[in-house]
Design a protein around this ligand. Structure first.
Ligand SMILES: [Zn+2]
Length: 281
């Protein structure tokens, strides 16, 4: 029987999970709706369903690793899901914030593998942020580097966390919807705006420029907090990097006194799941 880990990457809409070899190769992959909007019970049920299904494979499971969103973005907490899984299974369970796991995988086998201080930023519905220093996740008392919920504007829009003007209100998918409205575009999702920009649509290109400026403003804070060697961008929105990087760099160059780190887009597929292989080290 092959020894392997099981990694989960759970978000509000989707559960992605896989069987991962000890070297970080995904051997089997499953995707299933999370249905977080239906409440705690439903998300717990869906997580167990996926776990049961993966455990039917012919493996000797060395441990589970759950990439879980922060409490601001997920009704069921890490502690709660841990209790639910422990009632049924006795495998070692590792837990981490999804952005921390993304950053760990990047620091070990991805864009950050040659560097000491790696910051990972996942751009999606929200903004996840992780910091890995000397190949170890820095998590303070557990919730460190939640840059998505650091306010850039105390008069800004109200965030899902209740605070005004959070970074993720300026460089997440809600921002794209807001900017699309501003430029009177009917398409509002990241994918649609990406396709429009690719076709040369001037309004869509403006949306991405505004987005890049906002991102640069937020990254400026990240750089001053951690002075990283490299920042790795991930999440679906990072695919539009070519359209927002110009404005992002321009904004960062306005703000001297710190040396700019390298900024790259992740090339790893399912980095947060792959990280399951490295959690027991
Ligand atoms: Zn917030």
């Amino acid at each position: 029987m092959r020894q392997a880990f099981i990694g989960f990457d759970v978000g509000g809409t989707n559960i992605a999970a896989g069987i991962v070899s000890p070297h970080g190769r995904i051997l089997k992959f499953i995707s299933h709706p999370a249905e977080a909007k239906k409440g705690k019970k439903q998300i717990a049920q869906n997580t167990l369903l996926v776990l049961d299904s993966l455990l039917k494979s012919n493996i000797s499971c060395l441990g589970l690793c759950l990439a879980w969103p922060s409490p601001a973005n997920m009704p069921l907490t890490l502690e709660e899901i841990k209790g639910i899984i422990n009632k049924k299974y006795r495998y070692p369970i590792y837990f981490e914030n999804d952005a921390n796991l993304f950053t760990l995988a990047e620091a070990l086998i991805g864009q950050g593998k040659k560097y000491k201080t790696v910051v990972g930023l996942t751009l999606g519905t929200g903004i996840g942020c992780g910091v890995v220093d000397n190949k170890k996740i820095f998590n303070g008392r557990g919730l460190a580097s939640e840059f998505g919920h650091v306010s850039l504007n105390f008069n800004g829009p109200v965030c899902v966390c209740g605070q005004r003007g959070c970074f993720e209100e300026y460089a997440g998918s809600r921002t794209l919807r807001r900017l699309a409205k501003k430029y009177k575009l009917s398409s509002q999702t990241g994918r649609e705006l990406y396709d429009l920009a690719k076709g040369g649509n001037k309004k869509a290109l403006k949306v991405w420029q505004d987005f890049g400026k906002n991102l640069g403003l937020g990254l400026n804070g990240v750089i001053k907090a951690y002075d990283p060697d490299i920042i790795v961008l991930g999440g679906q929105i990072s695919r539009a990097y070519q359209f927002f990087k110009g404005a992002m760099y321009q904004e960062l160059r306005y703000r001297p006194f710190f040396k700019l780190p390298i900024i790259k887009v992740s090339k790893l597929k399912n980095a947060a799941i792959v990280a399951a292989a490295f959690m027991d080290k």
